[in-house]
Write a protein that binds this ligand. Structure first.
Ligand code: PLP
Length: 400
């Protein structure tokens, strides 16, 4: 019989994947669901990227590549980091993997010993704590506040660092908050980090170019160049180029850490798909008009979602500066009663009520370590979004 390893007992399936499965089930039962759970662009992968993949297949680029990716991809990644952040990375500082997710997992596996602590500011992307636990580390959840727009403050960072702290995970633009750290905010965190030389920073910048501030979200590696060897920048093509299914992510950082990640990569997947690598190289080094075209579309949807949810009594959206998520505070709904007499006790109840009564699928804040709120994704068309806002408004109006 199957006898799970202890490490499996420490983790759970990703709640966002679970939510997506629930939506598929309901749809299969014939229910019309307005799905705001999806963490991927609704746009198609750009045409020139698809063509590059097809050309790679035709040219026979269908074999194993170097563990750290093809030279063309590494060059394209270096060019992209230069373009967005003005940072010059050497070839030895770049590694690739099957999505940013895999790169983060391998980075933790390469560095975290049993009992080591990893600071995870909340709200956080659902996978961080479990990835830390899977590698026998201890996630230390650091609270943030609405006043600071759910960003980590230097004081909270200082207070959270202990003798076993190995990593701080920073995610900007953040999922689910959409918060973007300014250069000044990053500089203030850097000042704390300088006092704690054993702490490294895993800077998850997967949404860096989906930014509504007029520029890519700043990177700690650029703001504090003296700390650069302690910052692992993680990114990928999934979100910026609508390439979630291609599974291609990358990281840039200290060559010794990169080498360790490569060793693990060599013993797990050998390399990401050669075809996806060709596609990603085209995405990162080719014309960037896709980003220029899609970011304003996300911005328009964000504005519509913010306006729509703000107008609903009991809900308070946090205006995001990046990514394609909206965190909606639902404290005003807690304690209210549904027309069949149930009391909404927490954000899980709110989420179930919205699914049941409004046919709108969202994800409860508790999955992200912050309650009571829920996350919507606006990586969906404006029609679905406005229909969802209307349905939520009606469901909320029916509460007592
Ligand atoms: N980091 C954050 C914050 C994310 O939201 C995601 C995807 O949802 C990822 C990383 C991983 O993306 P991928 O593995 O597709 O590169």
């Amino acid at each position: 019989a199957f006898s799970p390893a202890a490490r499996l007992g420490r983790i759970q399936p990703s709640p966002s994947t679970a939510a997506a499965a629930r939506v598929r089930e309901l749809k299969a039962e014939g229910r019309r669901i307005l799905d705001l759970t999806v963490g991927e662009p609704d746009f198609d992968t750009p045409e020139h990227v698809k063509e590059a993949a097809i050309a790679a297949i035709r040219a026979g680029e269908t074999k194993y590549t170097p563990v750290n990716g093809t030279p063309a991809l590494r060059e394209a990644i270096r060019g992209s980091l230069r373009r967005t952040h003005g940072i010059e990375y050497s070839d030895a500082e770049i590694t690739v993997g099957g999505g940013g997710k895999q790169v983060i997992f391998l980075a933790l596996m390469a560095t975290v010993d049993a009992g080591d602590e990893v600071l995870v500011p909340a709200p956080y992307w659902v996978s961080y704590p479990d990835m830390v636990r899977a590698n026998e580390g201890e996630p230390v959840i650091v609270a943030t506040s609405a006043e600071n727009r759910y960003k980590l403050t230097p004081e909270a960072l200082e207070a959270a660092i202990g003798p076993r702290t190995t990593w701080l995970i920073l995610n900007s633009p953040g999922n689910p908050s959409g918060a973007v750290y300014s250069e000044d905010e990053l500089a203030a965190l850097a000042a704390v980090l300088r006092r704690h030389p054993r702490v490294s920073v895993l800077s998850d910048e997967i949404y860096s170019e989906i930014s509504f501030t007029g520029a890519p979200a700043p990177s700690l590696a650029a703001v504090a160049p003296d700390l650069r060897h302690r910052v692992l920048v993680v990114s990928g093509v999934s979100k910026s180029y609508a390439m979630t299914g291609w599974r291609l992510g990358y990281a840039a950082g200290d060559p010794a850490l990169v080498k360790a990640i490569n060793t693990l990569q060599s013993q797990t997947s050998s390399c990401p798909s050669s075809i996806s690598q060709a596609a990603a190289a085209a995405a990162l080094s080719g014309p960037q008009d896709f980003i220029a075209r899609t970011v304003p579309v996300y911005a328009e949807r964000r504005d519509a979602a913010v306006a729509g949810f703000s107008a609903i009594d009991g809900l308070e959206p946090l205006i995001p500066d990046g990514a394609f998520y909206l965190s909606v505070d639902c404290a005003g709904l807690i304690g209210r009663r549904t027309d069949d007499g149930r009391t909404l006790a927490d954000d899980q109840d709110v989420t179930l009520y919205l699914l049941d009564r409004a046919g709108v699928a969202v994800i409860q804040g508790s999955a992200y370590g912050r309650s009571p709120f829920f996350r919507i994704s606006f990586a969906t068309d404006l029609g679905t979004l406005t229909a969802a806002v209307d349905a939520v408004a009606e469901a909320v109006a029916a509460l007592r």
